[in-house]
Design a protein around this ligand. Sequence first.
Ligand SMILES: *Cc1c(COP(=O)(O)O)cnc(C)c1O
Length: 394
Amino acid sequence: MTSSARPILNRRLAEFGTTIFAEMSALAVSTGAINLGQGFPDTDGPEEIREAAVRALRDGRGNQYPPGPGVPELRTAVVEHQRRRYDLSYDPDTEVLVTAGATEAIAASLLALLEPGDEVVALEPYYDSYAACIAMAGGKRVPVTLRPYGSSFRLDLDELRDAVTDRTRLLLINTPHNPTGTVLSREELTAIAELAVERDLLVVTDEVYEHLVFDGAEHVPLASLPGMRDRTVTIGSAGKTFSYTGWKVGWVTAAPELVMAVRSAKQYLTYVSAGPFQYAVAEALALPDTYFSAFREDMRAKRDLLAAGLAEAGFGVFRPAGTYFITTDIRPLGHGDGFAFCRALPERAGVVAIPNAVFYDHREAGAPFVRFAFCKRTEVLADAAERLRKAFAH
Ligand SMILES: *Cc1c(COP(=O)(O)O)cnc(C)c1O
C-alpha cells in the first residue's frame, strides 16, 4: 500500500468508485427479489445464431486474433444493414470498426476525439459509462436535461443550443434513450444536426436500441440527416438487438478519418475481441425482417405487461417508445427520493429497480424517477407486476 495521503483511485475516476448495479444486484440476491435493475434479457437470442458461433469455434474461425478492424464478414454485414435499413452507405474497409461492445466504442471514441478540457454536451440522464469515459479522456461533461412533458421525456432545444460554447468539441447523443425510453423525433434530431453543422461539432451517437422502437415510432440515425454523415460516429451493438449481451460485439460506422482516429484508441484498449462471435453476428445482421419485427413485438408486449402493473400499483408511468426500460415517477405513491425508495423496494415488494438519479449530474432533477427493465420472461414480469400491486395498490 502507498501512503494514506494519496487516494488509490485517481482523481479522474474518484467519483465513479462503485456502481448502483452492484449494490442493487446484491440486494436482489440477499432478499430473493426479482431483479428488474440491470438491463439484460433472461433468455438467450436466436438458437441459429448461437449455432453459428459454435460452428465458427469448431471451424477455427476467429479463435486467433481477428483483424484489427473486425472480420470482413461482419464489416460487410454492418454496411449492408445500414444500407438496407437507412439507405446509408459506408465502405467496409475504411468506414467500419468492430469493437468490444458499444461500451468500448464509446470509450475509444471519446479517448480519440477529446483533448483535455474539451466540453462534451450530453443528454442527461446519461447511460452510466458516458460520464466515466468523458472523465477518462480528460473532457468536461455538460449535461442537457431531458424533462418530462406529458407522458415522455423531451429535449429542450434552446437549452441544448445554450449548452454549446467555444470549448464544445462534440455532442454525445443516445436514441432510443436509456433510461427514459425516449425516441428522439426527426424534428429534434434535425435541430441537433443543424446545431452541429452551425457550430462545426463532431457527434457521437449511441444507437444500440435502434431495433427496439414501439408503436410506430421511427428510429432516425443522426448520420442520415443533412451535413451529418461525415461528422458523426454512429455506434451499434449486437447485444441488445440479438439478446446476447455477453458476447460484446459492437461497431462504429463513420467517415474514414473518424474511424481511423477511433481505431487508434481502440487498438490499445482491447486490440481485438470476440473472434468467433463476430462471424455469428454477421449472420445475425442478415436475419430476415421477420426476426426484427417479431423481436420488437415480443418486447412491446413485455413493456405493456409491466407498464400496466406499474400503473395499477400507482406509479406514474412514462410509456417508453423504445429500449428495455420503463421510467416511473414515484411521487403519486407519496415518495420523492428514488434512492431511498429503491433501497427499500426489495423488502417492501420483492422487486429491484434503479433510481434514475444515478444517471444525473443534477441529482435533484432525477430524484423522483425510478427505472424498471422489462427485458425478462413474461412470467417473471407478471410476478413482479403482481408483487408491486400487492405492495402499493389499495
Ligand atoms: C447496454 C448499453 C450499451 C452497452 O452496449 P454493449 O454492446 O453491451 O457494450 C451502450 N449504450 C447504451 C445506451 C446501453 O443501454
